[in-house]
Each structure stands twice: as structure tokens, then as C-alpha cells.
Design a protein around this ligand. Structure first.
Ligand code: A2P
Length: 316
């Protein structure tokens, strides 16, 4: 398995299993299957509400001798409700307890968005905590302290734009090890990727297959399904791989970590196989030509007409 060295010296596998939307009752077996066939990174989060089962999958695999704890890399994310510095360790410990682990390999701030303590979801305007009152740099600094306590080996962020990264780095004096963002040919975010590569921030591509199993409530009307794009399909045929494998090959070629989600054993294996596929220059050019700046995942739907949260556009 190809790996990358993070800016703190730790090593991350270039490929892993996504677990967002993986249902309880399925995700434990998916994690076990993935580790059995050779996955070495599992990507989790407090808010996915399945960390306990993810942890069971990991624990049973370790128990059976399929992998050792040291051989695998587990990522998880601090939820928005734990942004107060004094709550950061609590959020991390809840994740560790659910996963049944005593440390996390990579701990990310899930969003540069804070909810008032105790509000795991926002129901009212007042549930948002303005960044002027709870700056993400304070949260990040508390996360960095988790490294000294041995609870997290590496610390990074997720869903950060260039301007937010610049602010975070200037204020904290620390460059995060990772920025995990939505990346695929409909939303390649070239400028952000260039910035992160320049700064030594590794990037993970989430929703690399277009996240087609999101709940309908999160989907736009007339959403363009990435795996059904005609160019994706015809290019995959020419390359002799599946559309999902093509997208994984495209992501790996860009030097990003990629974490496709699947709970299906056949597709879990198929996605891993793509790590040994090298995308051709022609296929790369074809995929680079379908950028429509389309995000499948955006918190803008969480906001209220009177609260845009930090300015006109969250992604500016
Ligand atoms: P399933 O879990 O049934 O395999 P993303 O990683 O972008 O969030 O995409 C996840 C979606 O892609 C899920 O619906 C998942 O379904 C599906 N998927 C995962 N791997 C493949 C594959 N190799 N071919 C087609 N669909 C896939």
C-alpha cells in the first residue's frame, strides 16, 4: 500500500475505507472485510453515529490477528459541538471510547463551524456559535494538545478553504497535517490542492465517487450523478476499469489520499484493486475536462436565511 509522510513525520496510507453513511448492521462487516483484503486506513467520525460498530470491526480484526493496531491508521473527526477548548478532549475521548482505541492516528476538526455546547445538531439560529466568539484556532490549539497527551498522533482539519487555512496557520503558528475535503472531477479544487501541496498539508479526497447514497434530503433536484457521467463511463471502458476505479485512479494520481465508502464486499475489493491502476494521460485529460464546480456536500443547507455563518459564502 502506497503511503505518504505527513508534515509531522507520521505516515498515512494513500487509500482507506470511508464510513460516512455506512449503516449500522453493515459497517462492522465492511470494516472487517476491508482490513482482510488489505485496507490499512479506516476513516470515521463522531457524527456518523456508527463509530462503535466501526470499532467492533477493527477490534475483531485485531483479535483475530488479521492486522495489528500499529499496522492500521484510523482517522476520526471532532464534531462541531465540541469546539470549546475545554470540550475538545471530551469529544476525542467519546470517539476513542466508541472505537475501542486508546489513540487515534489522525484527528480532524470536522468543520470550521461551531455549535453551542450540547447541541449536536443545529435546530435554531441560536445553536450556531459565531466564530468571533469561538474561533476555530482556539479549537485547533486544544486539538494539538491531544498529541502531547498521546490521544492523537496527528492533527488536521476538514472542509477548510485557502483563506481559512491561512488564518489558522497565521494565528496558531502550526500547519495542520491534513485537510480533508470533497474532491472529484466535478469539484477538483485545483487552487486549494496547490496551496496545500505548497504548504506541506496533505489532502484527503472525500466523496470521491460522488456520494450517491446521501439521503434525498441532502440532494439537489437534478443533481448530476458522477458515476453516471458519460465521459466517466466511456473513459473507464477505454481504460479497462470500472467508473469507480477510474475515479480512484484519478484521485491517487493527484497525490491525494482517497477514501471511497462501500459496505459491499465486491466493491470494497474492486476499489482496493484500483490502487494498482495508473491512469493514462488521455483519461486524466478527459476527467479534468468535466469540472463543473459541483459540490455534493455543503453546510449551506444547514444555515438559516438570517445566518449565513461567516460571510456571504461559506466556501469563499
Ligand atoms: P455501496 O456502499 O453499496 O458499495 P462516496 O465514497 O463518494 O461517498 O460514494 C459512496 C457510494 O458509492 C455508495 O453508494 C457506494 O455504494 C458506491 N460505491 C462504492 N464503490 C463503488 C463501486 N466500485 N462501484 C459503484 N459504486 C460504488
Amino acid at each position: 500500500m502506497k503511503t505518504f509522510t505527513l508534515n509531522d513525520g507520521n505516515t498515512i496510507p494513500a487509500f482507506g475505507l470511508g464510513t460516512w453513511k455506512s449503516p449500522k448492521g453493515e459497517v462492522r462487516e465492511a470494516v472487517k472485510e476491508a482490513l482482510k483484503v488489505g485496507y490499512r486506513q479506516i476513516d470515521a467520525a463522531w457524527i456518523y453515529q456508527n463509530e462503535q460498530e466501526v470499532g467492533q470491526g477493527i477490534g475483531e480484526s485485531i483479535e483475530k490477528g488479521v492486522v495489528s493496531r500499529e499496522e492500521i491508521f484510523v482517522t476520526s473527526k471532532l464534531w462541531n459541538t465540541f469546539h470549546a477548548p475545554e470540550d475538545v478532549e471530551k469529544g476525542c475521548r467519546e470517539t476513542l471510547s466508541a472505537l475501542g482505541l486508546d489513540y487515534i492516528d489522525l484527528y480532524l476538526m470536522h468543520w470550521p463551524i461551531a455549535f453551542k455546547p450540547g447541541k449536536s445538531q443545529h435546530k435554531e439560529v441560536e445553536d450556531f456559535w459565531p466564530l468571533s466568539e469561538m474561533p476555530f484556532t482556539k479549537t485547533f490549539e486544544a486539538m494539538l494538545a491531544l498529541r502531547e497527551k498521546g490521544l492523537a498522533k496527528s492533527v488536521g482539519v476538514s472542509n477548510f478553504t485557502v483563506s481559512k487555512l491561512e488564518k489558522l496557520i497565521a494565528e496558531s503558528g502550526t500547519i495542520p497535517a491534513m485537510n480533508q475535503v470533497e474532491l472529484h472531477p466535478y469539484n477538483p479544487q485545483n487552487e486549494l490542492l496547490d496551496y496545500c501541496q505548497d504548504k506541506g498539508i496533505r489532502v484527503t479526497a472525500y466523496s470521491p465517487l460522488g456520494s450517491g447514497d446521501r439521503p434525498d434530503s441532502m440532494k439537489q433536484k437534478d443533481e448530476p450523478p458522477l458515476l453516471e457521467n458519460k465521459i466517466v463511463i466511456s473513459t473507464a471502458e477505454k481504460e479497462g476499469v470500472s467508473p469507480a476505479q477510474l475515479l480512484i485512479g484519478w484521485a491517487m494520481d493527484r497525490g491525494t489520499v482517497v477514501i471511497p465508502k462501500s459496505t459491499n464486499a465486491g466493491r470494497i475489493a474492486q476499489n482496493l484493486e484500483a490502487t494498482s491502476y495508473s491512469i493514462s494521460p488521455a483519461a486524466k485529460a478527459a476527467l479534468n475536462g468535466i469540472d463543473i464546480c459541483y459540490r455534493y456536500v455543503s453546510p449551506e443547507g444547514w444555515f438559516f436565511p438570517s445566518v449565513t455563518y461567516e460571510g456571504d459564502s461559506f466556501w469563499a
